[in-house]
Design a protein around this ligand. Structure first.
Ligand SMILES: C[S@@+](CC[C@H](N)C(=O)[O-])C[C@H]1O[C@@H](n2cnc3c(N)ncnc32)[C@H](O)[C@@H]1O
Length: 393
């Protein structure tokens, strides 16, 4: 007799984890590490199924994701009236309180819904009319800057999904970047680059143009198994089904995964005095146990010492933070530096200046495209072996 099919878990909910293009696989792997079931991979999103505990864990533990969405209703959106009608049919009052301050955003693309502001307006009308009818004329207010509840209208071809953003503020806002240098890198991108770089999370790691240290801070948290978002607030805390005890329990579970890596070396070099001081202030305040060290000056004049097995960096692009004439020699010096000081191991250089990449040995054909805002950045990966000085790929 065939075994009876397992009963569906009533607590399981669908979810979508949004990320920047190029980091989908990395996010999928991070979800698996967090023991969250992955259903499929989409462009800039990974589909999951999980319970409330999984949503809390994903928000605290994901490194390379932007937002975790909980879809509420999906439908064919042929016109703006349907956005209103479907929004009006949703039991918003069971999801968040009438005095919640809302923000609504549209993400994705649809051939029929192209006027973002009007789409937001129609969904907002649907939500407020639902509450007005049920709550004697009272309705939630709209608050763009610091909302309690963030609703996303996710468009994919002809389908629209109304979703609650369980993250609220995007997940790259860890809370440690109280100040920063010129052209800092977003934390999700830094974590994604480290994952794609081939760094094994144990070998000594070098960032010869570390700026205010994002790559080094993210590297430390990865090596020490520290969940990056343990100490910030989330959108899910304003929802009616928020379970504070469960949130705390998931936090404790993630804290229990932390390790104390011994003999880890993380070294940054930075030419700008003030930027270097910013990095040190953030390190001392938020990562006092980390072994991150700073050498001040031009990397060209620094001998970092032997034993480095990985190099990651994000040099100036010469598009906004340098000039073209200075950039080619800088990239060529970077090539010399990594040939000199990187023993066997991997180098990963993220830049949006693809002409300059050739100067350190990066080949565009084997690089990975990763958007940085509107800049078409790429991650150039190079391998160094004993017989082969530096090879792109
Ligand atoms: C794009 S920023 C790096 C941002 C960094 N990833 C962060 O998140 O803060 C490039 C950094 O390289 C530094 N820099 C430029 N030329 C340098 C050199 N020759 N040696 C060391 N640092 C240099 C700049 O001062 C700047 O802080």
């Amino acid at each position: 007799m065939p075994a009876p099919a397992p009963a569906p878990d009533p607590e399981r909910l669908p979810g979508f984890v949004l990320c920047r293009g190029g980091l989908e696989e990395v996010v999928e792997e991070e979800l698996r590490e967090l023991e969250i079931e992955v259903i499929g991979r989409h462009k800039r999103a990974v589909e999951i199924t999980t319970n409330l505990a999984g949503f809390y864990r994903a928000n605290m533990g994901l490194r390379s994701a932007l937002n975790v969405l909980r879809p509420i209703r999906s439908f064919n959106a042929r016109n703006y009236d349907l956005l209103y009608y479907q929004s009006r049919k949703t039991n918003w009052h069971k999801l968040f309180p009438v005095d919640a301050r809302l923000r609504i955003d549209v993400k994705g693309h649809s051939p029929k819904i192209t006027h973002t502001r009007y789409a937001i307006h129609r969904v907002k009308d649907g939500i407020t009319d639902t509450f007005r009818k049920l709550c004697g004329g009272v309705r939630p207010s709209i608050e763009k800057r610091d909302p309690d509840v963030h609703i996303v209208v996710y468009l994919e071809k002809h389908r629209a999904t109304l979703a609650l953003d369980m993250s609220g503020t995007p997940l790259f806002k860890r809370g440690y970047r109280i100040e920063h240098g010129e052209a800092p890198m977003k934390e999700d991108l830094a974590a994604g680059i480290l994952s794609l770089s081939g760094w094994d999370r144990r070998s000594p790691l070098l960032d010869p143009m570390c700026g205010s240290g994002t790559l080094l801070f993210e590297a430390w948290m990865m090596a020490a198994g520290i969940a990056p978002n343990l100490h910030r607030g989330f959108g899910f805390e304003s929802l009616l089904d928020y379970d504070e005890a469960l949130h705390l329990a998931e936090k404790r579970k993630l804290e229990a995964r932390e390790t104390h890596p011994e003999d880890l070396r993380l070294l940054g070099i930075e030419i700008d005095q003030e930027t270097g001081s910013t990095m040190e202030r953030i390190r001392d305040r938020y990562f006092p146990k980390s072994p991150i060290q700073l050498r001040r000056g031009k990397f060209q004049n620094v001998n970092p010492g032997p034993g480095f097995g990985a190099l990651v960096c994000n040099p100036p692009y010469g598009l906004r933070s340098g000039t073209e004439a200075e950039i080619m020699p800088l990239y060529s010096d970077l090539g010399t530096f990594l040939r000199t000081y990187l023993k066997e191991g991997s180098a990963a250089v993220y830049t949006a200046n693809h002409d300059a990449a050739g100067s350190f040995g990066g080949r565009q054909s084997s690089s990975i495209p990763l958007l940085n805002g509107s800049l078409e950045g790429r991650l150039y990966r190079l391998k160094k072996t004993q017989d082969d000085p530096v090879r792109s790929g």
